[in-house]
Write a protein that binds this ligand. Structure first.
Ligand code: C5P
Length: 242
C-alpha cells in the first residue's frame, strides 16, 4: 500500500493556493479542513483537484445518522479522495455516512474515522470526557467499531498505529497527525511524533500541518518529511527481516 505525507492546508483560500504554487516538482496530497472549507466552500476543493492534487476532506462529521448521511451525500458530489467522520457518532452514524459517500459520481472515497484527537491527553480523557479506559484501549475500541461499520481506516496517533494494524489488519488505514520534526515545537498537540518514528511504527499516511506550512522553506520541510518518513519505513522493514 502506498504511504504518503498529507499536507494540512489550515489557512485561508488565497494563502492555500499561493502555498501550493511554491511546489514545482511535487503535487502534495493535501488536507482541506474546516477552516479552509468553511471559508471558501466547495470551490476550493474543485480548484485544488483541478491543479492535480489528491484531497483529504477533513470535516470530521458527527451528528445524528440521518443528518450525517445527507451531509455525506452532498459532499459526495465533490471529487474527493478521502474524508473523515467521528467514530464517537456510533455504528449507525458511520453506516449512514458510508451510504451517503457511496452515492456520488466519482466513486467511493476512503472514509476514515477520528478516534481520539491528538490534542487530547489523559487528563482530558478522564476529567473532561469521563472516560476511564486508557487512551490506547479507547482508540482501539473506536478503530474496531469503524472497521465493523465498513470504513477504510482511522485517524490515530503514531503510537497507536502498530496495534491498530495488529487488531484490524494491515489493510486498515492508519492516518496519523501530530507530526513534528524532533527539532521543532509541539504547539497544541499532546501526542506528537517525528516522521521517522511514524515510518517505523508503520503509519500509512502522516498528516503534517505547521511543521511544513510554517517552516521558513515549506518545500524543503515537505521534502525532509518525505525522506524521514521513508527512512523510518526502511528501518521497520529491516527490523522485520531480522
Ligand atoms: O499543524 P499540525 O501538524 O498540528 O496539524 C495537524 C492537522 O491534523 C490539523 O489540521 C488537525 O485538524 C488535524 N488532526 C489532528 N488530530 C486528529 C485529527 C486531525 O491534529 N486526531
Amino acid at each position: 500500500m502506498e504511504k504518503t505525507v498529507i499536507t494540512a492546508l489550515d489557512m485561508r483560500g488565497e494563502e492555500a493556493l499561493l502555498f501550493l504554487d511554491r511546489f514545482r516538482e511535487e503535487k502534495p496530497y493535501v488536507k482541506i479542513g474546516m477552516q479552509l472549507f468553511y471559508s471558501e466552500g466547495p470551490d476550493i476543493v474543485r480548484e485544488i483537484k483541478k491543479r492535480g492534487h489528491r484531497v483529504f476532506l477533513d470535516l470530521k462529521l458527527h451528528d445524528i445518522p440521518n443528518t450525517v448521511g445527507k451531509a455525506a451525500e452532498a459532499l459526495a458530489k465533490l471529487d474527493i479522495d478521502m474524508c473523515s467522520i467521528h467514530a464517537a457518532g456510533g455504528r449507525e452514524m458511520m453506516e449512514a455516512a458510508m451510504g451517503g459517500f457511496s452515492s456520488g459520481p466519482f466513486g467511493m472515497p476512503k472514509v476514515i474515522a477520528v478516534t481520539q484527537l491528538t490534542s487530547t491527553g489523559m487528563r482530558m480523557l478522564k476529567e473532561d470526557l469521563l472516560i476511564n479506559a486508557s487512551m490506547e484501549d479507547t482508540v482501539i475500541h473506536y478503530a474496531i467499531a469503524a472497521k465493523n461499520a465498513g470504513l477504510s481506516g482511522v485517524v490515530c496517533s503514531v503510537w497507536e498505529a502498530e496495534r491498530i494494524h495488529r487488531e484490524c489488519g494491515t489493510d486498515f488505514l492508519t492516518v496519523s497527525p501530530g507530526i513534528r520534526f524532533y527539532d521543532t515545537k509541539a504547539d497544541d498537540q499532546k501526542r506528537v511524533s517525528s516522521p521517522i518514528d511514524a515510518g517505523k511504527a508503520g503509519a500509512d499516511h502522516i498528516v503534517v500541518g505547521r511543521a511544513v506550512t510554517k517552516a521558513e522553506d515549506p518545500v524543503k520541510a515537505y521534502k525532509r518529511c518525505i525522506e524521514e518518513f521513508e527512512k523510518g519505513q526502511r528501518m521497520k522493514i529491516r527490523k522485520g527481516d531480522e
